[in-house]
Design a protein around this ligand. Structure first.
Ligand code: NA7
Length: 550
C-alpha cells in the first residue's frame, strides 16, 4: 500500500469524504438534503455563484418553464409544498430561481456547497478505492462516492460561425445571461437561434428593441402556452391534493400531470380529429400535446397535426413570405422539443421585427459591426446567441473523469453515452449520474427524475453500508441490456428523425443518435426499482473485507 505522500510535495492533503456532489441544480440540492438526512460526510460544488442550476444561469428575458409549476417542483417535502405558493401556471425564471432559493434557505442547504468552484477532475484511485477530486481552487478531496448532478443542459454552445471575436457591439449568450438588466430600447438587436430559448427571447425583446433581426435556420413548431395566473382557490385545491398529484406524476410517462390519451389519430373521424385539434389548441400547449396517442409513431398522423400547426402560423402572420419561412418542414412535429409560446408568431407582425431566413440567406460571418449574410451586412448594437447546448453528455465530458485502469469518460462514451439506467457506468465504480443521458432525462420532468435518481442512489449506498461493501458498478451485460432497450425504443419513435440536441446532431463531431430512454418516466422507474428489488444482481460489488485481507 502506498501512503498519502502530500507531505513530500507542497500539495495540500486531501480532505476525506463519503460523497462528492457536483452541481447545485435541483438534483444537487436534493442530494445534499438526502445525504445529510443519512448522516453522510459530503461536500457539494457548484460553478455558479448560488443554487438553481440552469435557472441560475438562464436569466434571459422571457425565460420560462414549459412544465406546470405544480409539477416542476419538489415533492419530497410536505412542508415545502405547503409553504411555497406559485403565482402562475407556467412559472418564469425569476420565480423558479426564487423557489430554488426558498428551498435552499428553508433546508439550510447553502452551507454544504462551495460556489464559484469548478471541479476539474475526478479520478478513481484503485488502490484506495475512492475518487480523487480536484477543483480550480487547488483543493483536493477523496470520496467514496461521486454524484454528478451536472444536468443535461449546462454547457452552452456557440454557433459555428467565423468572426465571433470581431464583433464590437455587445455579445450576449442566453445560457450565461448577465445579472444586471439590459435595455434593448432603440437598439438594433440580432438573435441567432430559434429553439425554445430563441422563441422565448423573440416574444420579449421583439416588443422592446428598436429593431430585432431573428436569424432562423430551422424553424421550430411552437404551441400557444395560454398561461394563467393562479387563483387562491386553485392554489388551495392543489395544496390539499399534492399527495395525489405527486403520485400521478411519479406514475406518468412525463413525470408530470400532462394529459395521457390512449386515442390514436385515425381512430376517430376526420371532422372529429379537426375538432379535437381546434379544442386542444384553444386550451393551450399541454392539452394539444396530449391530443392523440400515436403522433410519435405514426408518420401520417404526425404530418396531419404538423399541417394543422402550419395553418395556424398562416392565420397569424400577415406577411406571406415570413409566414412561409416560419413553417417548419422536413421533420416530424414534436421530434424537436415543442415550444410553448405567448404570441410568438404575432411578434413578426411588428414592423420592427425581421425574420432572416438563413436557409435562403446563409450567415457568412460575424463582423465588427454585426452579421454578414450571403446578401448583406446587418449592423447591430447587440447580438444574442440562443444556439443551445452541448447537451446530455457535455458537462461530464468537459472535465477529467477517469475510472478504473485509466478509463476516460471521453473514451467510454466515444460512440455515444452508455450506462446502466442512466445512473452508473461500468468501469466507473461508485460514480452516479442524476438525470443521466440514458434515462428519460430531457424527455420528462427533470425535478421528478432528479428526486427519483437521488433516492435510488441513496438506496444503493444504504445497501452497501448494511452489507459492508466497498465498491459498486454495473456489470457489462447490464449496460449492454439497458442500451439495447434504449436503442430498440428509439427506433420506434419519430424523435430520431430530426436534427436536434436530443440526438446530438447540433454539435459538430458528436456521435449521433437518440440515447435517452423513450419508454416514459413511469417505465424507467419500474426498471430502476426492479434493479434494486432483485438484490442488485446486475451490479458487481467488492466487499470491504476482501481488500483488507489482501
Ligand atoms: P436548441 O433547441 O438546441 O436551439 C438552438 C438553435 O440555434 C436552433 O434553432 C439552431 O438551429 C440554432 N443555431 C445553432 N447554430 C446556428 C448557426 N450557426 N446558424 C443559425 N442558427 C444556429 O437550444 P435552446 O437553448 O433553444 O433549447 C434547449 C432546451 O432548453 C430546450 O429544448 C428546452 O428543453 C430548454 P438548427 O436547429 O441547428 O438549424
Amino acid at each position: 500500500m502506498t501512503t498519502e505522500n502530500s507531505a513530500q510535495s507542497n500539495t495540500p492533503a486531501a480532505k476525506r469524504l463519503d460523497v462528492v456532489i457536483v452541481g447545485a441544480g435541483f438534483g444537487g440540492m436534493y442530494a445534499v438534503y438526502k445525504f445529510r438526512q443519512m448522516g453522510l460526510n459530503f461536500q457539494a460544488f457548484e460553478l455558479g455563484g448560488d443554487v438553481g442550476g440552469v435557472w441560475y444561469w438562464n436569466r434571459y428575458p422571457g425565460a420560462r418553464c414549459d412544465l406546470m409549476s405544480v409539477d416542476y417542483s419538489y415533492g419530497f417535502s410536505e412542508e415545502i409544498q405547503q409553504e411555497w405558493t406559485w403565482s402562475e401556471q407556467f412559472a418564469a425564471q425569476p420565480e423558479i430561481l426564487a423557489y430554488a432559493n426558498f428551498v435552499a434557505d428553508r433546508l439550510d442547504l447553502r452551507k454544504h456547497f462551495k460556489f464559484n468552484t469548478r471541479v476539474e477532475s475526478a479520478i478513481w484511485n484503485e488502490e484506495k478505492r475512492l475518487w480523487e477530486v480536484t477543483t480550480d481552487k487547488g483543493e483536493r478531496f477523496e470520496a467514496t462516492y461521486c454524484v454528478m448532478a451536472t444536468g443535461p443542459l449546462s454547457v452552452p454552445k456557440d454557433p459555428e460561425i467565423p468572426g465571433i471575436e470581431k464583433f464590437k457591439g455587445r455579445l450576449l449568450r442566453a445560457q450565461k445571461w448577465p445579472h444586471e438588466p439590459i435595455s434593448f430600447e432603440g437598439k438594433r438587436v440580432g438573435l441567432i437561434g430559434t429553439g425554445s430559448t430563441g422563441i422565448q427571447i423573440v416574444q420579449e425583446v421583439g416588443r422592446q428593441a428598436g429593431e430585432l433581426f431573428v436569424f432562423q435556420r430551422t424553424p421550430s413548431f411552437t404551441l400557444p402556452m395560454r398561461n394563467n395566473k393562479l387563483t387562491p382557490e386553485y392554489v388551495a385545491e392543489v395544496k390539499r391534493n399534492y399527495k395525489g398529484i405527486r403520485e400521478a406524476a411519479r406514475n406518468s410517462p412525463n413525470g408530470g400531470v400532462r394529459p395521457v390519451i390512449t386515442r390514436p389519430f385515425f381512430s376517430v373521424m376526420e371532422h372529429q380529429r379537426k375538432q379535437i385539434l381546434e379544442d386542444t389548441w384553444n386550451q393551450g400547449g399541454l392539452a394539444f400535446l396530449g391530443a392523440f396517442s400515436d403522433l410519435m409513431q405514426n408518420e401520417e398522423a404526425n404530418e396531419a397535426v404538423a399541417d394543422f400547426v402550419r395553418s395556424k402560423i398562416e392565420e397569424v402572420v400577415n406577411d406571406k413570405e415570413t409566414a412561409e419561412a416560419l413553417k417548419p418542414r422536413g421533420y416530424p412535429i414534436f421530434a424537436r422539443r415543442p415550444c410553448l409560446d405567448t404570441e410568438y408568431y404575432e411578434t413578426y407582425n411588428l414592423p420592427t421585427v425581421h425574420l432572416v431566413n438563413c436557409l435562403k440567406e446563409q450567415i457568412v460571418e460575424i463582423t465588427e459591426k454585426g452579421v454578414r449574410t450571403e446578401s448583406r451586412e446587418i449592423e447591430l448594437d447587440i447580438l444574442i446567441f440562443a444556439t443551445g447546448y452541448d447537451a446530455l453528455t457535455g458537462a461530464l465530458r468537459a472535465f477529467n473523469v477517469v475510472g478504473r485502469n485509466g478509463l476516460k469518460i471521453q473514451d467510454y462514451w466515444k460512440e455515444g453515452p452508455q450506462s446502466f439506467l442512466g445512473l452508473m457506468m461500468e468501469g466507473f465504480p461508485n460514480l452516479f449520474t442524476t438525470a443521466g443521458a440514458n434515462g428519460p432525462s430531457a424527455l420528462a420532468n427533470l425535478i421528478t427524475i432528479n428526486e427519483h435518481d437521488v433516492d435510488w442512489i441513496a438506496g444503493v449506498i444504504e445497501h452497501m453500508k448494511k452489507n459492508d461493501l466497498a465498491t459498486v458498478e454495473p456489470k457489462k451485460s447490464a449496460v449492454k441490456r439497458w442500451m439495447d432497450i434504449v436503442h430498440a425504443l428509439a427506433t420506434r419513435t419519430l424523435v430520431s428523425k430530426a436534427k436536434t440536441w436530443w440526438t446530438g446532431t447540433n454539435v459538430q463531431g458528436k456521435p449521433h443518435g437518440l440515447t435517452m430512454f423513450t419508454g416514459g418516466f413511469n417505465k424507467y422507474r419500474e426498471h430502476c426499482t426492479a434493479a434494486a428489488d432483485n438484490g442488485y444482481v446486475d451490479f458487481s460489488f467488492e466487499p470491504r473485507e476482501e481488500r483488507k485481507a489482501a
